[in-house]
Design a protein. Structure first.
Length: 376
């Protein structure tokens, strides 16, 4: 079944079309495909429409190897009919893959039909196409495995709607493989990155703090103040903590709530009062402060301290006191302190302030915090 390099004569095509053998039909398909590809073909619009129609009718009656070759050769041809492209795209994956990966004539509704009715391999090929619309992305997210969704997130040319991004961020709490590709997407909003901070690994936390450009984030002060008031009135703490919060507010109003007071609280092992004081200074819920001081690596505490413009030495002393309180003073802390101070030096104060403000305003982060009700 040799390929023709010049336009085959019409009478030869007619002879091939009249033959019912497998080989004749395969040769006819190949020669018609040549006409699409060969500069010598110079088919006009009518002839191309006719050839598309002939190929569409013959495609079911040729051998698999011919279909595979046809899919490869027509995948990058713009004037192949959408019907013919869709027919090849719905074949087994070894035939369909070139079309699914490269064909620009496939319409969204045709791709969605493939997503709904074909295999994971078909969905994977669509997920890594050079162009994926928001509608196709939404269908892939709804219908596909985690591996396919991860490939879609990694595809920088895939458009993902704001609603789908929010859904994927929420899912990333339980699906670790979504986290890193989401944080590498240029279209991930900073507020969602800040939300993810609470459940990603230490390495990804550092990426959020250091890499995200927060220069253009606009903070709505009215919302911030309303949220801070709501946090203060939120009755999620026990009697001891409510008392500590009340005292912290009194100290703040008299100007006595500062870093020196917080340091004294830790030295005197008044942890509840330390948490209440830091909560009052930052406007963060006590659950976040508890989470921050329980973390071994200290990234959250570093962000909170940086947002308050606490100097490096004061932060180091706070961190050491917290580590010692967790371990009864027995912890070997040199390497840990050096690591967190290195991060503290790299954190931009403006980024820390924006992150904290997002945490103040966003109650959704509560879902990411491990059960804190057993903290004493």
């Amino acid at each position: 079944m040799g390929m023709l390099s010049t336009k085959i004569a019409s009478k030869d095509l007619l002879l091939l079309a009249q033959e019912k053998t497998f080989s004749a039909r395969s040769e006819l398909v190949e020669n018609i495909a040549d006409m699409f590809l060969s500069p010598e073909g110079r088919l006009n619009e009518h002839e191309r429409a006719l050839m598309n129609d002939v190929l569409l009718k013959l495609i079911n009656s040729v051998e698999k190897s011919v279909k595979k070759d046809l899919s490869k050769r027509l995948a990058e041809i713009d004037d192949v009919s959408p019907e013919l492209a869709a027919k090849l795209a719905n074949e087994t994956i070894d035939i369909a893959e070139p079309m699914l990966l490269k064909s620009g004539v496939l319409k969204d509704e045709q791709l969605i039909e493939v997503i709904r009715n074909r295999t994971e391999a078909h969905r994977m090929a669509i997920a890594i196409r050079a162009h994926v619309s928001e509608e196709v992305s939404s269908e892939l997210i709804e219908q596909s495995s985690d591996d396919v969704v991860e490939a879609l997130i990694r595809n920088k040319n895939a458009k993902i709607s704001d609603l789908s991004v929010k859904y994927l961020v929420t899912e990333s709490q339980n699906v670790d493989q979504f986290q890193e590709p989401l944080l590498n997407r240029q279209d991930l909003p900073v507020d969602l990155a800040c939300r993810m901070y609470w459940w990603v690994s230490a390495a990804l936390r550092r990426k959020i703090v250091l890499d995200f450009n927060m220069d253009n984030i606009q903070i709505d002060d009215a919302i911030e103040m309303a949220t801070k008031t709501a946090i203060q009135k939120h009755d999620s703490t026990d009697g001891i903590m409510r008392t500590a919060l009340s005292l912290a507010r009194e100290l703040a109003s008299s100007g006595e709530l500062d870093i020196n007071f917080l340091r004294r609280c830790l030295r005197q092992e008044k942890i509840n009062l330390f948490v209440a004081g830091l909560s009052e200074l930052t406007g963060l819920a006590v659950e976040i402060i508890w989470r921050a001081i329980r973390e071994r690596t200290g990234e959250s505490l570093a962000i909170i301290a940086k947002s308050l413009d606490i100097d490096r030495d004061s932060f180091a002393s706070l961190f050491l006191l917290i580590v010692q309180s967790r371990s009864g003073g027995r912890a070997r802390t040199t390497g840990l302190v050096n690591s967190i101070l290195s991060l503290y030096d790299d954190i931009k104060a403006k980024n820390a302030k924006v992150a904290v403000r997002h945490w103040q305003r966003d109650f959704g982060y509560q879902n990411a915090i491990l059960d804190m009700r057993d903290v004493v």
